[in-house]
Unconditional design. Sequence first.
Length: 364
Amino acid sequence: MDRRSFITKAGIAGVGATAASLSTPALAQGNMTWRMVTTWPKNFPGLGVGAQRLADRITAASGGRLTVQVYSAGELVPPLQSLDAVIDGTAEMSHGAAYYWQNKSAALSFFTGVPFGMTTPELTAWIRYMGGQEIWDEVYDQFGVQGFLSGNTGTQAGGWFKNELTSVADLQGVRFRTPGLGGRVWEKLGATVTNMAAGEIFQALQSGTLDAAEFVGPYNDLALGFHQVAKNYYVTSFVESGLATELVVDKAKYQELPADLQAIIKDASQAEYDQVSADFYANDPRALRTLINDHGVTARQFPDDIMEAGAKASQEVVSELLSSDDPLVKKTAESFVEALGILRERTEMVDLPYQVARQKYLKY
């Protein structure tokens, strides 16, 4: 996809909404229209497409009783104000990633991804079967909203760097776009960290405002054109090992819905979570081949000392949250660590040996 035409379609700069768009949800003959604001560009592979598909699922499954109208990044509110739009009533729904809102509660990062944390199946198990959803509900109750898993990218890439990294020393002072707890880890390793929306990253790299950036992985990064301004692509990472996206709804309005519409929102989110995960697993390796074969990108792995330092810094960050004065942050961290201790036994005793053996012995 051509980056210039993609960004033009995305409407990142922010388009003023009409008065009709800002009016209260339509209610006629029992039918409603809810507004979903997103942090993603319009037609953005995987994430933006997934948000639209989720809206379409809800609309279709409800027989039009609940129509969901999607506003991509900047169309109704700036992308990183999507959650606030639901809290203040500008929209009924938002689609994004919980760690974007860690300034509201550090606990929210756990429901997106933790450095050296859970893989996609591990995170799914914690949320669905090991108490994660219930704690997430408690965290979001503080803001009058309800969260649902809505997608997962799998293990993300480490990011794009203008200069090759040979050791931890090379990270000192590097201006790096990366959000969430991963940002805190990179700060401990010496980088200067900032966050920004998808549509702002390319220009920041091109202008020299950033020296490095990570967003998701090859599928999204190819569309955003990062390969045009940086050629060192660190594809193996430890920062986001199974990153989940979320659908957030106004909880009071959600609870006012008939039970079947509540169930439709919940079930459609679960279906889309699985769909997005499959989308990324299928298309990340294809996009990586394109980046390497057609655009001259060098795929690299972080040096061992960066991986080791990252693990140590991640432990420090999580330990700080385990000691938090905020009871919900502490409770979330404790639940996460306890669940990871159980889940990694299966991953490391069953999945990992198989994957190592497949890599070593399977030749076709």
